[in-house]
Design a protein around this ligand. Structure first.
Ligand code: PEP
Ligand code: MG
Length: 757
């Protein structure tokens, strides 16, 4: 169905204008013009929901329009696709200095197909000339596959955007002309320039491997035609299908062992698809009609990839990835070494701009050596998950990393935060030595005592944050006193459908069985923001972190909420101390409403005579600044508080925790954060309710004295940090911590607090 401009679209255009305004400001400080233009096309494509967005710039010398940035067309056509004024539809827009909006572009006599640019599939076409005064600067072009999908609204919005951008683009054009005087750098030279990059460590470890770039910039990636010499038979194709099936089942088993219970489901979709008559059946049909099997695989897979990518929701996009993965595997199994290696991440260091949590699971099952992310934050869920999966991960805000040629050797030091491109022999041997020392250290059992005490003998409880089941073993190895936060959403995220009440019951009870006689705090579904469910038609929200997240989602899907609560209570039937926490509570009303849901599940389980835990403690994740002024009232209602500093800091300081660009603003030691933490702790102590802290701040050594100083006695942390945190606690005197915290609370600037740290 053709997309039409609606009021909603109008709204998103408004959002786009705001974002473009921001970009303009950013440009002033940018020295990477291409990255700046690329950001523009990505933003425009996202807001306009276009499959393609490109910027052409007018080159004064050659008097041609040159493709300078694109999302959706072949990247290799950048700087290569050139049009004269009046040539093709883009040239026409420039010549006539007016927007060209085509329902079916290929029917316009001016339409010109540029080979290799990958434009054929896109029929709806809209080009807006970019002008500054009378000066022609270039053109902004958007395209979609479906016919007749751009309207008046889109034309108006893009005109407004191009007029906003004209100044910055004109400047970048001048700068580019200056740069052009220097020889154009080839990819290898870029790698040479980037010999060493400093990066932020999100998940520790070291890796030395060749790289693969994941280019998620395009709305979908057609599987490229591969080279192979021979003609294959139907029998060979069928053998490849059987081989693929066996491989997938083996993989599923391996992943099952590694990620117990949940992640194996990644492969369910692949196996189902492989068995699907429509999918492999269409390939067979083509082969019977004379296609060579490798061509048949690529043609059918590309048809499905396109079909799924057309859907604007994440579920469909995820499906297109499944098809891509499967087709690659099938192709490999058919042509073996003969074909050009189709991407196989095993053992590689992967560079990507951004990833979904489900991508991390896929990469983990592919056994990647490490990941370099170009955007994101160390407190993001990707980072949290990478730590659980023990994949070294760093965040380096350098878009040029994506230009390094595939297969380049990289030494990723995610202990110290360094990336070395094409490291020399000396560096490699130092690295090998360090790796040897690290692995011998990790083999020696960490020295940890069952309880943690400060220097002056106060007990500090160390609980574990659990994301995946495999964390429980680690938590037990590190003598965790219980689970302070179980993030249930990860087991929802790795599935291909909502887990049933029965399935969830099994998941929750297995945690409790592995930690009998300990306190277990299960957080209800914290979905939304970056944590999307691939199988759920997520709303398109301009600002998902402020949208239908967490408890809001649960309260507006009460059937799912009931299933989860009943499963927690059933799974916890043998627990000693079962706790349920609601994420992102922002008012007393919301908390009361959520509590009512627990009462409802308790009542139903009782009336159905189903064994369950009948007296759970019910608590609040403190994550939004709105709770500060009502903290006493909340303390009266709740059995405990669990402070989620990751989100609390994000919302208090209005800093996206996933955005590397603003990471310097993400300051846990901001006076407002510290004073708020003090208020929360004071209320909990006054009302005699349990208090813990479970955000990343809790394991950072420099903040622990402050946390003890304001009266926090329970830290819930990633189990990997337990030895280090226990050691730190043993060096601290609680009275001194109080004095230190009081001093920090008096400081009025971030800088002054930092000096105290
Ligand atoms: C937090 O926000 O601090 C927290 C622990 O929750 P999550 O990191 O899962 O959002
Ligand atoms: Mg949170």
């Amino acid at each position: 169905m053709a997309k039409q401009s609606t009021t909603n679209v109008g709204n998103s255009h408004l959002g786009l204008l705001c974002d473009i305004g921001e970009l303009n400001a950013l440009f002033a400080g940018s020295d990477d013009i291409e990255a700046f233009l690329q950001q523009i096309v990505m933003l425009v494509a996202k807001h306009i929901d276009a499959a393609v967005c490109s910027i052409y710039m007018f080159d004064d010398l050659s008097r041609e329009l040159v493709l300078k940035a694109t999302l959706g067309l072949h990247k290799r056509s950048v700087n290569k696709t050139r049009l004269k004024i009046g040539e093709g539809l883009v040239g026409l827009a420039m010549k006539e200095q007016r927007p060209i909006c085509e329902r079916i572009a290929s029917q316009n006599p001016h339409y010109k197909l540029f080979p290799g640019i990958n434009e054929e599939a896109f029929e709806s076409f809209l080009a807006i000339p970019i002008q500054r005064g009378l000066e022609n600067i270039g053109a902004l072009v958007v395209q979609r596959e479906e016919e007749n999908s751009f309207g008046e609204n889109d034309i108006m919005a893009l005109k407004a955007i191009t007029s906003q951008l004209a100044g910055a683009i004109e400047n970048s054009r001048i700068l580019m002309a200056l740069h052009a005087k220097k020889k154009e750098k080839n990819q290898l030279e870029i790698a040479e320039d980037l010999k060493f990059i400093h990066a932020e460590v999100a998940s520790e470890g070291i890796a030395l491997a060749n790289i693969s770039i994941i280019d998620e910039g395009k709305p979908y990636q057609n599987l490229k035609k591969q080279t192979y010499a021979k003609t294959y038979s139907l029998k060979e194709f069928k053998n490849a299908v059987s081989k693929t099936e066996i491989q997938l089942e083996e993989l599923q088993e391996q992943v099952e062992n590694k990620l117990s219970g949940v992640a194996s489901l990644i492969f369910e979709a692949h196996i189902l698809m492989l068995k699907d008559k429509e999918f492999t059946g269409s390939m067979v049909k083509r082969i019977n009609n004379g296609s060579n099997p490798p061509d048949a695989i690529l043609a059918v897979a590309n048809k499905y990839i396109r079909m799924f990518s057309e859907g604007s929701n994440v579920y469909m996009q995820e499906k297109s990835k499944d098809v891509e993965d499967l087709a690659r595997r099938l192709f490999d199994n058919l042509v073996g070494k003969e074909g050009q290696a189709v991407t196989n991440w095993k053992g590689r260091i992967v560079i990507a701009e951004d990833l979904f949590p489900s991508d991390i699971l896929r990469l983990s099952s592919d056994e990647v050596s490490g990941i370099i992310l170009i955007s994101g934050g160390v407190t993001s869920h990707i980072s949290i998950l990478a730590r659980s999966l023990q994949i070294p991960l760093v965040i380096a805000d350098k878009i040029q990393l994506k230009k390094i040629p595939d297969d380049t050797l990289i030494l990723l030091d995610a202990e110290l935060g360094a990336i070395y491109i094409n490291p020399d022999k000396k560096l490699i041997s130092t690295y090998n030595e360090r790796k040897r020392v690290l692995s011998s250290l990790s083999q020696s059992k960490p020295r940890i005592k069952p309880a943690s005490y400060s220097k002056d003998g106060k007990q500090i409880h160390l609980l574990a944050n659990i994301n995946l089941h495999l964390d429980i073993k680690l938590a037990n190895d590190f003598k965790s006193e219980g689970v302070g936060l179980y993030r249930t959403e990860f087991s929802f995220m790795v599935r291909s459908n909502f887990p049933t009440e029965e399935e969830q019951t099994v998941i929750y009870s297995s945690i409790i069985d592995q930690m009998p006689k300990k306190s277990i705090n299960i957080r209800t579904l914290d979905i939304g923001g970056e944590k999307v469910l691939a199988y759920y038609d997520n709303l398109k929200e301009n600002n998902p972190n402020l949208g239908m997240r967490s408890i809001r989602f649960s309260l507006s899907h009460k059937d799912l909420f009931q299933q989860q609560l009943r499963a927690i209570l059933r799974g916890g039937k043998n627990a000693l101390d079962l706790r349920i926490t609601f994420p992102m509570i922002s008012s007393v009303d919301e908390f009361k409403e959520a509590k009512k849901q627990i009462l409802k599940s308790l009542k139903s389980l009782k009336s159905e005579n189903i064994p369950h835990f009948s007296s759970p403690k019910i608590g609040i994740m403190i994550e939004t600044p709105s709770v500060i002024e009502i903290i006493d009232e909340l303390a009266r209602e709740a059995d405990f508080f669990c402070i989620g500093t990751n989100d609390f800091i994000q919302y208090m300081l209005a800093v996206d925790r996933n955005n590397a660009i603003v990471s310097s603003y993400y300051t846990p030691h901001h006076p407002s954060v510290l004073r708020s933490l003090k208020k929360i702790a004071k209320a909990a102590l006054k009302h005699k309710i349990d208090l813990s802290i479970c955000g990343e701040m809790a394991h950072e050594e420099k903040y622990i004295p402050f946390l003890l100083g304001i009266g926090i006695r329970t830290l819930s942390i990633d189990p990997r940090y337990m030895p280090k945190v226990q050691e730190k606690i043993s060096q601290l005197d609680c009275d001194e911590c109080i004095k230190r915290a009081d001093l920090m609370l008096k400081k009025d600037t971030i800088e002054k607090v930092a000096a105290c740290l």
